[in-house]
Ligand binder design. Structure first.
Ligand code: PEP
Ligand code: MN
Length: 270
């Protein structure tokens, strides 16, 4: 791919992104938690449950990029403080989204991974800012973007001096409307041909349906993904954001059992 200097697959060494001791790109890493931080009670209950089920990192948005300006926008600083408390209690490092270049430096003081959402993939001012942050970045694929456009966005971050980029396929827009998006699983082996950066799969936003998340998680593992990011809520019916796609802790725990078993099976093959 032309224009790629740092993201291109030129060296045989794959990037392993160290997130507070969790190595993304080495073993399968599972990130789980609510779409958004809603309260201390909701976040802590969900954090405890996902840790119990074996998640490696906790996700939760304090800044939500919502389609409507009237939808819940997140708790901001208060949400970050709740995440900090959840990390203290569970030991799980935190993945949280940043949507405004002006917020990057102070959000980075709370986050272990800065998430760039699909709607901001080509927000170049934001990419440059996280490129200067001293924290790993989870770069979601734009819902209308090609692999080449996505990798050029990773290049923006790398070229600012931040080597720790994790790519995340979260589904793209197609004519299909049964699922929220269409999960492009072929992105996993394709990205591995094109770049040394790790890639994880988001089975939640790509399907938008609780009933499809388990199968797509297993398919992602089979395709060689370096990890998964899954939305879990202690009480999905009451979720303020993405309620239809959040797993209960029980469902997540059952999926984790299958994910672990499949991973072990693949290890016997290699
Ligand atoms: C999210 O992770 O909650 C989110 C908003 O994801 P995306 O940017 O992929 O829609
Ligand atoms: Mn969400």
């Amino acid at each position: 791919m032309k224009n790629l200097k740092l993201a291109a697959m030129e060296t045989p060494t794959r990037t392993i992104v160290n997130v507070a001791g969790v190595e993304v790109g080495k073993d399968l890493v599972v990130i789980a938690g609510p779409c958004s931080v809603e309260s201390e009670e909701q976040t802590l209950a969900t954090a405890r449950a996902v840790r119990e089920a074996g998640a490696d990192l906790l996700r939760g948005g304090a800044f939500k990029p919502r389609t409507s300006p009237y939808s819940f926008q997140g708790l901001g600083l208060r949400g970050l403080k709740i995440l900090e408390q959840a990390r203290k209690e569970t030991g799980l490092p935190i993945v949280t989204e940043v949507i405004d270049p002006r917020d990057v430096s102070w959000v980075a003081e709370f986050a272990d991974v800065l998430q760039i959402g699909t709607r901001n993939m080509q927000n170049f001012a934001l990419l440059k800012e996280v490129g200067q942050a001293k924290k790993p970045v989870l770069l979601k694929r734009g819902m209308y973007s090609t692999l080449e456009e996505w990798l050029n966005c990773a290049e923006y971050i790398l070229s600012e001096g931040n080597p720790d980029v994790i790519l995340c396929e979260r589904g793209i827009r197609t004519f299909e409307s049964y699922t929220r998006n269409t999960l492009d699983l072929s992105a996993v082996p394709a990205i591995k041909e094109l770049t040394h950066l790790p890639i994880i799969i988001d089975p939640t936003h790509s399907t938008g349906r609780v009933s499809l998340i388990g199968s797509m998680s297993l398919a992602a593992v089979a395709a060689g993904a370096d990890g998964l990011i899954i939305e879990v809520h202690n009480n999905p019916a009451a979720a303020l954001c993405d309620a239809d796609q959040a797993l209960t802790p029980e469902m997540f725990s059952e999926d984790m059992r299958k994910i672990r078993a499949l991973k072990q099976f693949f290890e016997t093959l290699s």
